[in-house]
Structures are given as structure tokens and as C-alpha cells.
Write a protein that binds this ligand. Structure first.
Ligand SMILES: [Zn+2]
Length: 136
């Protein structure tokens, strides 16, 4: 159900923006980090349902899945998600449907340790964000 919450917040935020600018939205590009493990099919369905009777009624949704880069602030080590895949999968296994990184992937440093020094002091760009809006 996280996909529905996310779709709702995207539709509401973009609709508000479109009303303020008096435009109709043709397309929304959403960037999501791979670690959020969202079901993109469900996200599309939710978007198509929730956009009705808004300025996004005719809009399509494009989702770009981004693979985040991590950097340890303690030892300076830079790494990709493949190096912490097992740790992230363990979090998903522990929380199941309540997987905390669905909606707040930027919380990943709380769950991941630097593969080199074990520190949690990790920098990562893992926000879900609206990257582009096309209007008519
Ligand atoms: Zn480190």
C-alpha cells in the first residue's frame, strides 16, 4: 500500500502546483531510488486512479529507477548498492510490508553500515522526487 500513499502525495503536490500556475499536466517524471523496492506496476495503477478530476487527469507517469551511490563520512569509502545489497535485503526481510525504505529511502543510513569500517555515518542521495513536469 506504500505505492498508493506515494502516488497520492505526488498527485496532490503536482495538482497544487498546476493549479497555482494554471496549467494542465501532460507528464510527470518521478525519480525513485532502487532501494525503495516499490512495485512500479502498483504505483502506475494508483497514479492512474488518483489523477482523476485533477490537473493531472490526462497525465502519464514515467518512473526512473535510480541506483544510489553511498559515501562513508568516517573513512571516505564510496560504494554502490550492490555492496550493501545483503544488508538492505535483511531490512526488507525483517520488516516485510512495513519496510521503512519504501517511502523514506533517505533513511537508509540508519540501516546500512559502511562495508569497509562499519560506520552508520553514511551519505546517500536517495530521495523520491518529482524530476520533471510537462505541461500543455
Ligand atoms: Zn567507512
Amino acid at each position: 500500500m506504500h505505492e498508493w500513499s506515494l502516488a497520492l502525495s505526488v498527485v496532490q503536490a503536482v495538482d497544487k502546483w498546476a493549479r497555482e500556475h494554471n496549467v494542465e499536466v501532460k507528464k510527470v517524471v518521478l525519480g525513485v531510488p532502487s532501494i525503495s523496492m516499490l512495485d512500479l506496476k502498483v504505483l502506475q495503477e494508483a497514479f492512474d486512479f488518483l489523477k482523476k478530476e485533477s490537473r493531472l487527469e490526462a497525465a502519464s507517469l514515467e518512473v526512473r529507477v535510480r541506483s544510489p551511490r553511498f559515501k562513508c563520512r568516517k573513512c571516505g569509502y564510496e560504494f554502490g548498492e550492490e555492496e550493501v545489497k545483503a544488508q538492505i535485503e535483511a531490512v526488507a526481510g525483517r520488516y516485510g510490508e512495513e519496510y521503512p525504505l519504501h517511502l523514506m529511502p533517505e533513511l537508509v543510513p540508519a540501516f546500512v553500515r559502511c562495508p569497509r569500517c562499519g560506520s552508520h555515518d553514511i551519505e546517500v542521495d536517495a530521495q523520491i522526487r518529482v524530476e520533471e513536469i510537462e505541461t500543455t
